[in-house]
Design a protein around this ligand. Structure first.
Ligand code: NAD
Length: 273
């Protein structure tokens, strides 16, 4: 199975389906990421604050998979904003990952109380020039925080942001489309907190002989989102990867779209500092 790659606005490409490691126990990360790589995932999404970059790095090193077949993302935590500090933080992440570069580096949150995300963002292109990162982007920058980033003239490739059928980033999406910034949908399955099986998604899933989770992942893919569901469980990793042998019809896509209810399941970026 080859996962499709999507073009980014900087001329690079990204595997549309990956594996996320938020809340993956550092002690178990190597095993879990090894499982994910064996299942076929080639795109791993981690972050400095997850505390598991070393485990991701060990799994990559032991996999024998060529570096250029892998896509690795990490993120700058809120207490490392600023031009000098972010450079140090990136160096630490690379060391923990055991890599000389990451494919994508993100500012994890706008962290408005710091008031330093624009200064931080302006430092990011230098990391590309130095070969430390291939692409740059932001995370959790919604319609309130994205305009200041866009004013710099440095356009992010992606915005990694909470996005699932009941919270579709309605206010932020037009800005992203206008600037050709891809949505990376975090919490793509509602972090397991929404009973999606009891909604129309359950019916659509049954009609395709698929699970509710596969149906939501398929919805994301057909929306053009980049998605990296997380699971510690290998059979669910396989389930979440097995989403390229069916297609949702337009009316099924519309039915899932209609679940939008401004139903955030996690933190508001205004409150994360
Ligand atoms: P998710 O929506 O992927 O939900 C994960 C949970 O869903 C699992 O813990 C499990 O309980 C359940 N699940 C997974 N597969 C399932 C299946 N097939 N059937 C039933 N239940 C299943 O949530 P997430 O982990 O928060 O998001 C995915 C990734 O996004 C993260 O691992 C991380 O890489 C990234 N993320 C980024 C941010 C950010 O601020 N940038 C925040 C949260 C997550």
């Amino acid at each position: 199975m080859t996962v499709p790659s999507l073009p980014l606005n900087d001329g690079t490409t990204i595997p549309q389906l990956g594996f996320g490691v938020f809340k993956v126990d550092p002690a178990e990360t190597e095993r879990i990421v090894t499982d994910a790589l064996e299942v076929g995932y080639r795109h791993i999404d981690t972050a400095a604050v997850y505390g598991n970059e070393e485990g991701v790095g060990r799994a990559i090193a032991n996999s024998g998979i060529a570096r250029d077949e892998l896509f690795v993302t990490t993120k700058l935590w809120n207490d490392r904003h600023g031009a000098e500090e972010s450079k140090r933080a990136l160096g630490e992440s690379l060391e923990k990952l055991g890599l000389d570069h990451v494919d994508l580096y993100l500012i994890h949150w706008p962290a408005p109380a710091n008031d330093s995300s624009v200064e931080t963002w302006e430092a990011f292109p230098a990391y590309q020039e130095q070969g430390l990162v291939t692409s740059i982007g932001v995370s959790n920058f919604d319609h309130r925080y994205l305009p200041a980033i866009l004013e710099t003239g440095i356009i992010p490739t992606v915005d990694q942001i909470e996005c699932h059928p009941q919270f579709q980033q309605v206010q932020t999406r037009p800005l992203l489309t206008e600037h050709d910034i891809r949505i990376e949908a975090w919490g793509p399955l509602g972090q397991g907190q929404v009973d999606y099986a009891s909604t129309v998604i359950g019916e659509i899933a049954a009609a395709h002989g698929k699970s509710w989770a596969q149906t939501i992942i398929r919805w994301h893919l057909q929306k053009g989102h980049i998605v990296f569901p997380k699971s510690n469980n290998r059979s669910r990793m396989e389930e979440n990867f097995s989403v390229f042998d069916f297609e949702l019809a337009d009316d099924e896509m519309t039915a899932i779209d209609s679940l939008e209810s401004n139903g955030r399941v996690s933190a508001d970026p205004a409150d994360v500092n």
